[in-house]
Design a protein around this ligand. Structure first.
Ligand SMILES: [Zn+2]
Ligand SMILES: [Zn+2]
Length: 344
């Protein structure tokens, strides 16, 4: 089967590898589409995220939609031909953290496309059946792949404990920022500002329900939003740009006793902001790790038309051109939100 394997930074090779066979409780999946995430771009460019370093050649990709090809022993929940979204993290189920229900934080989690676990940029994979979630006929495998970034947005909003009626700002309107926007809208936010220096992204945010979609100098915009709220600030600010500057802007525009939720992956691997501002405002700053129990909601909301996942997939590439897909995502050119690699 065709497999895209990263041998070194920017050295992605298409190789021929044997088709795996599903073990007990697993299914063999025929991969249909894979979205390129910022984390894939980090591995592709730097060979690492923080202290997690690629030591052996690795298959990237964790945002995948697939079709069930065959069942391993003991699987009764799925049938060959079922189209599924995939929960890309397999937690150990045995450790203290899993026992607390924090399965996305399991230190022994095996997560697609994160060393040493191979990801989805290949024709077939095996994966536990209970981590494959059927999608309705009305959805495509591309939308199934887009449920993964959507799940991250839903989870970030879960962590903010929204009750409805809150003011919200989202900094960064890539697929993750737009997912936070859509989840916050479903959760009943009263007003949502979205900020992105790229105009098409701001336009997309407006289309997806941002009350104010702003583009321009982010530091100036943070000041403008602060002024616009009568210097009261925004109740929940989600940082989805993956830059330290955005974290600082989030702290700047958050309200007294408000929340900053850091969703992006910053590079370099460091976050800092003025302690005096955060302290005087009594801020809660929260970091987000992937997602937990959110894929099913992403599917349900997409199926019922409450959210739009189709619009994320702005560009499609065949597996042979996976490098181009990743580089387009890196460069944020041509109005890209998600580069999607069509495998099958
Ligand atoms: Zn992702
Ligand atoms: Zn565990």
């Amino acid at each position: 089967m065709k497999t895209a394997r990263l041998h070194a930074p920017r050295d992605l090779r298409i190789t021929d590898e044997p088709v795996p066979s599903p073990g007990e409780g697993e299914v063999l999946l025929k991969i249909g589409a894979v979205g390129v995430c910022a984390s894939d771009v980090h591995y592709y460019e730097e060979g690492a995220i923080g202290d997690v370093v690629i030591e052996e050649p690795l298959v990237l990709g964790h945002e995948a939609g697939a079709e069930v090809e065959a069942l391993g022993p003991g699987v009764t929940s799925l049938q060959p031909g079922d189209k599924v979204a995939i929960e890309p993290g397999k937690h150990c189920g045995k450790c203290e953290i899993c026992a607390r229900g924090l399965v996305n934080l399991c230190p022994a989690v095996k997560f697609f496309g994160t060393p040493p676990t191979d990801g989805a940029l290949r024709e077939f994979i095996t994966w536990p059946a209970d981590l494959c979630i059927p999608i309705p006929d009305s959805m495509t495998v591309v939308e199934a792949a887009m449920t993964e970034p959507m799940a991250v947005g839903i989870y970030a909003v879960d962590l903010a404990n929204m009750k409805g009626g809150e003011t919200v700002a989202v900094l960064g309107a890539g697929a993750i920022g737009l997912s936070v926007l859509q989840a916050a809208r479903v959760a009943g936010a009263s007003k949502i500002w979205v900020v992105d220096p790229i105009e098409v992204r701001a336009r997309m945010a407006a289309k997806m329900g941002a009350g104010r979609a702003l583009t321009g100098d982010p530091t100036q915009i943070a000041e403008d939003i602060w002024a616009e709220t009568g210097k009261a600030g925004v109740q929940i600010v989600f940082e989805c740009a993956g830059t330290n500057d955005a974290v600082r802007q989030a702290v700047r525009m958050a309200t007294y006793d408000g929340q900053v939720v850091a969703v992006g992956i910053p590079y370099p691997d460091e976050v800092s902001f003025p302690a005096s501002t955060a302290r005087r405002k009594n801020l809660t700053v929260r970091f987000v790790r992937r997602s937990r129990h959110a894929v099913q909601r992403a599917i349900d909301w997409a199926a019922s038309g409450q959210i739009d996942l189709k619009s994320y997939a702005t560009h499609q590439f065949p597996l042979e051109r996976a490098s181009e897909a990743i580089e387009l995502a890196r460069d944020r050119r041509d109005g890209v939100l998600r580069s999607v690699i069509e495998v099958g």
